[in-house]
Design a protein around this ligand. Structure first.
Ligand code: AMP
Ligand code: ZN
Length: 283
């Protein structure tokens, strides 16, 4: 396949995913989460090509990971300006009082607070900007690497939350769409290179990715022995297993309420982010 046909193949796949899951509806305003990495760069470019009239704003969260974030932010800025879209940049430090590198030097693990803060900031800024949905660049390999562990551990409820589209659970927990969920790392890397899109190939040095990369390698081996394993795994998860868990998930979703401190979605009286901030303040 020549480069041009390959790029068309990638775009058609996203078009099918958008249609199959009704990801973008009339009146939507998207918040595109732009990390500066290859996936979200491809995401923005493909959405702009397929749905040129959609209202969208991009958000980049500067995590403050030394040796990594300085490479990502300029790429997100360059891409947004090339695509002619608005980009908001916020610093995680302004929300949490610490950058991720500062967190990592105080606590051994910074990945789970970073993940929690990223989810919070996306919802917070998305609500503030009047977005109706958040679009992220999660791809097939990312999703399967996480699903693998959840299935092995039997944590089906957590697994069932991982979907191409997650719906409202609270007015400030915006629905999320993953338009790249049927494309692999390999396909997306080839796409951004063919299109010469700005992106940073840097990987976060703080650890989580190495575990995910090990799972990805394992799944790649299975795929090489059983072609289509990846797509079958995703379809089985979305179309066969998840519907069985629907009622259980719905009852869990009903338990969301508003955080007593900040009003954002919370399972308990105070949300994870406010609890994390208090914990950090106590030192
Ligand atoms: P990751 O969990 O790093 O694989 O990222 C998955 C998706 O989350 C990316 O494709 C982006 O859409 C979004 N994302 C991750 N990091 C950031 C960031 N620093 N700023 C904005 N969006 C992000
Ligand atoms: Zn809160």
């Amino acid at each position: 396949m020549c480069d041009e046909c390959f790029a068309k193949f990638v775009e058609r796949k996203v078009e099918r995913t958008l249609r199959e899951y009704d990801m973008i509806e009339r009146g939507d305003k998207l918040l595109v989460a732009l990390s500066g990495g290859k996936d979200s760069s491809a995401l923005l470019h493909i959405i702009k090509s397929l749905v040129p009239d959609v209202k969208l704003t991009c958000l980049h969260i500067d995590l403050g990971v030394a040796g990594f974030s300085e490479k990502c932010r300029p790429k997100a800025e360059e891409l947004a300006s090339q695509e002619g879209v608005e980009l908001e940049v916020v610093e995680l430090r302004d929300f949490l009082g610490y950058s991720v590198s500062e967190l990592a030097s105080r606590y051994r693990k910074a990945c789970s607070p970073c993940g929690l803060a990223r989810r919070y900031i996306l919802n917070y800024c998305g609500s503030l900007l009047g977005a109706t949905k958040i679009a992220t660049g999660h791809n097939l390999d990312d999703v399967l690497a996480v699903l693998w562990d959840l299935y092995v551990l039997g944590d089906l409820l957590e697994a069932a939350k991982l979907q191409p589209v997650t719906r409202y659970v609270h007015p400030k927990a915006l629905p999320r769409i993953k338009p790249l969920i049927e494309l692999t790392d390999f396909e997306l890397k080839a796409y951004v290179d063919i299109k010469a899109l700005p992106y940073s190939p840097a990987q976060c040095p703080l650890g989580r990715e190495s575990k995910l990369n090990r799972r990805k390698k394992l799944i790649d081996v299975i795929e090489s022995m059983r072609p289509s394993f990846k797509h079958t795994f995703l379809k089985t998860h979305v179309k066969r297993i998840s519907p069985l868990l629907g009622p259980l998930l719905a009852s869990r979703a009903a338990s969301w309420r508003s955080c007593a401190r900040c009003g954002m979605p919370s399972k308990g009286e105070v949300c994870g982010m406010c609890r994390l901030k208090e914990h950090l303040k106590r030192g």
